[in-house]
Design a protein around this ligand. Structure first.
Ligand code: AQP
Length: 334
């Protein structure tokens, strides 16, 4: 039996990268017969950067609404908020005693987010990957579907799991497998084809949010950085055209066809011909999700109910794992 776990931070609205890199794949996992899926809103990760508590509460509900609106079914998957299951943070402390500073210092996400001010960054931002390891290991999850940017954190979680097993001479934690699949595991910014589309990019024009309306999507795609050349016939001719490759990758992912087929469709055409068709496809793909999200957000009590019952189920799985970790580590549970 596979146990699948993944999560998203309620730092802001979800974007096309979160959707194609992760969420779309999560939906398909719940159809696998031998898989048990847990999807959480990782609010404890979101507070590692400056935030407004009122905004966080609403964003947490919005992310849960986005999960459900995209097809995560609370009857098939456990949907919950990370902070509602305190075992995540309790396990984090225990794993933190095994996580090496040197390895944490090599995490590129910390370097990117802390920027030049690493000395002033909070301990939470630095220790983020240890909490992520705890999120996974507290459920002994076997598979973690993520976008490519999370690969390094997953490797650290695997490392911490094997350090624990070796140190205490047990075969307790499984090695969680990163599942980096889908046609667009790394969606790039609309303003720069060499950096990833991200919620924390200061420019909203760099991403397409799940809640953007049709006009906004059209405007963002029209202004997306491209070049003046026509689209080529062969995919390899896009090797040095990162923005063009990104848009073709996105078109292919949303239309469920190969990049080669999408390119054939537009070969010889310019971006002024490609962009309106691409915008139409994004609008069509997002409209049902956005409409569902808007409906769900009118009844936040129902979302809270789903999250509360998800948290109860998650805690039933997490508590015995934490108890066993305490026993293995010789900690008292008086
Ligand atoms: N550009 C992307 N392409 C493909 N997958 C992506 N993911 C994020 N950006 C892309 C995947 O989405 C999931 C949830 O991400 P997260 O909310 O935990 O935060 P993140 O990875 O740090 O994503 P952002 O958008 O860049 O958020 P901020 O700016 O707040 O840090 C993960 O599976 C991730 O791989």
């Amino acid at each position: 039996m596979k146990r699948i776990l993944s999560g998203m931070q309620p730092t802001s609205q979800l974007h096309l990268g979160n959707y194609l890199g992760a969420l779309k794949n999560w939906v398909s996992f719940q159809e696998e017969k031998d898989a048990e899926c847990l999807y959480c809103v990782v609010d404890l990760h979101a507070i590692t950067v400056p935030y407004d508590p009122k905004v966080l509460k609403r964003a947490t509900l919005e992310i849960a609404a986005a999960y459900i609106a995209s097809g995560i079914d609370p009857k098939k998957s456990t949907i919950f908020v990370q902070s509602a299951v305190p075992e995540h943070s309790q396990l984090m402390w225990l794993l933190g005693t095994m996580a090496q500073m040197g390895k944490l210092q090599r995490m590129t996400q910390f370097k990117d987010k802390a920027g030049k001010n690493a000395e002033r960054a909070g301990l939470g931002l630095f220790a983020y990957p240890v909490l992520m390891a705890a999120d996974i290991l507290i459920y002994k999850a076997t598979h973690v579907p993520v976008g490519e940017d999370q690969k390094q954190h997953l490797e650290l979680a695997r490392d911490i799991a094997s350090t624990f097993n070796t140190r205490f001479g047990v075969d307790f934690f499984p090695q969680p497998e990163p599942v980096i699949t889908g046609p667009a595991p790394r969606v790039m910014s609309l303003r720069d084809g060499t950096s990833k589309m991200s919620k924390s990019d200061p420019s909203d024009m760099s991403r397409i949010n799940l809640t953007d309306d049709a006009d906004t999507i059209l405007k963002k795609i029209r202004k997306a950085k491209t070049d003046s050349e026509a689209l080529p016939e062969k995919l390899s001719d896009l090797d040095n055209r990162p923005e063009a490759l990104n848009l073709i990758t996105l078109y292919a992912a949303l239309s469920n066809e190969s990049k080669e087929d999408s390119l054939k469709r537009f070969s010889g055409k310019t971006f002024s011909e490609f962009k309106p068709e691409f915008a139409e496809l994004v609008i069509e793909s997002f409209a049902p999700i956005t409409n569902n999200m808007n409906k769900l957000m009118k009844d936040t009590e129902s979302i809270e109910k789903i999250l509360n019952s998800g948290a109860e189920k998650a805690q039933e799985m997490a508590a015995p794992v934490l108890a066993e970790v305490h026993r293995i580590m010789g900690l008292s549970r008086l």
